[in-house]
Design a protein around this ligand. Structure first.
Ligand code: FAD
Ligand code: MG
Ligand code: MG
Length: 306
């Protein structure tokens, strides 16, 4: 798929999600969350910076939150294109989607799960990311995010604003704003944070409905992915009788009615063999998929301090 084609798919998928008529409170809340994010992108971000020329970039690490933001960003790019095209004197059929790739940045941090790295590569192709990689640029993995973004800005000085898939329920997330400058100890640019209001349940509902590929770690009990040394599957998702009595699958409708799905399988990818070995060494427990957990307070229960 070209960037125009995947952007159009995301637009159609999002429109379809917004049209769902349901008694599910989660879906209704997620529809509101989608509307707010889209409105923010179209009315406050794309009017301030152009998505076409590198003024805006997208920070992407393959996690579920930035993936959801990416789907919404692509859907808005398509809408932005349609609006521009309608203003033009030429017929729509003569209009060409104005970009081939999406400006984006990935900081390769040390000790990342191979499954997540594979997912970044795969989705980078799917979403036509022109992905700056700190590893490719400098030959070593980064140990410090702000320095790595400093290097990125030296390479792409036209960057004014970077999109981030952070949520208010993340550590220190409750004081963040939708658009703000970076802190003084960070390189100078605007942070654009359009999914602060999204809860964990909203992320799963939208992602499962989208039928876009889901990183394999989430299929195996992960709910939040950090480095290999500091992340284990979420203990609240151990497949025990006790946990099962406390958890329930809230997204059966999204799974059964996923957008344009040809089969009845959730589009969750394989775990890399190295990570499978690592998981085996960790213990013999089986885990329920990440989307069985919707309590934001324990989303990071698998993040451990060393
Ligand atoms: P995650 O859910 O893992 O990350 C939240 C989001 O950050 C992701 O959705 C993704 O968009 C982005 N992100 C995380 N890791 C990477 C990566 N390796 N490569 C590319 N994108 C990534 N902290 C400050 O204290 N002050 C700042 O001014 C500041 N500015 C930032 C600007 C940018 C562009 C980014 C990406 C981060 C910034 N941070 C800043 C750090 C931020 O607040 C989080 O601590 C950081 O993103 C890690 O998030 P997490 O692991 O807690 O959650
Ligand atoms: Mg996150
Ligand atoms: Mg992280």
């Amino acid at each position: 798929m070209s960037l125009g084609e995947i952007a159009e798919r995301c637009y159609n998928m999002t429109t379809s999600y917004l049209k769902v008529s349901t008694s599910s409170i989660i879906i209704k809340e997620t529809q509101d969350a989608v509307r707010l994010t889209r409105q923010h992108l179209l009315e406050e971000v794309f009017t301030r910076w152009s998505p076409l020329n590198g003024e805006i970039s997208f920070s992407y690490n393959g996690g579920k939150d930035c993936q959801v933001l990416l789907l919404l960003y692509l859907s808005c790019l398509w809408e932005f294109f349609i609006i521009q095209a309608e203003r033009s004197q030429y017929d729509f059929k003569y209009q060409k989607f104005p970009m081939n790739n999406l400006f984006s940045v990935y900081i390769d941090l040390a000790k990342t799960f191979p499954t997540l790295e594979n997912f970044v590569n795969l989705t980078s192709e799917r979403y036509q990311l022109s992905l700056y990689s700190s590893m490719r640029e400098h030959g070593t993995k980064a140990s410090n995010m702000s320095c790595a973004f400093g290097d990125f800005l030296k390479r792409y000085p036209e960057t004014q604003a970077i999109l981030i898939g952070v949520r208010a329920t993340d550590p220190f997330g409750d004081t963040l704003m939708a658009i703000q400058k970076t802190d003084s100890n960070w390189p100078d640019f605007y942070r654009v944070q359009p999914i602060l209001h999204w809860k964990l349940a909203n992320i799963w509902s939208f992602l499962l409905y989208s039928d876009e590929p889901i990183c394999g770690l989430y299929g195996n009990g992960f709910t939040s992915i950090g480095g290999i040394d500091t992340t284990i599957p979420n203990p609240y998702l151990i497949d025990s009788k006790d946990n099962r009595s406390k958890l329930s699958l809230e997204f059966q409708w999204e799974i059964d009615n996923a957008f344009e799905r040809g089969n009845d399988k959730i589009n969750v990818l394989e775990v890399d063999p190295d990570d499978q070995l690592w998981l085996k060494k960790l213990g013999s427990e089986k885990y329920l998929p990440g989307w069985y957990l919707i309590n934001d307070e324990i989303e990071r229960a698998g993040r451990i301090k060393k």
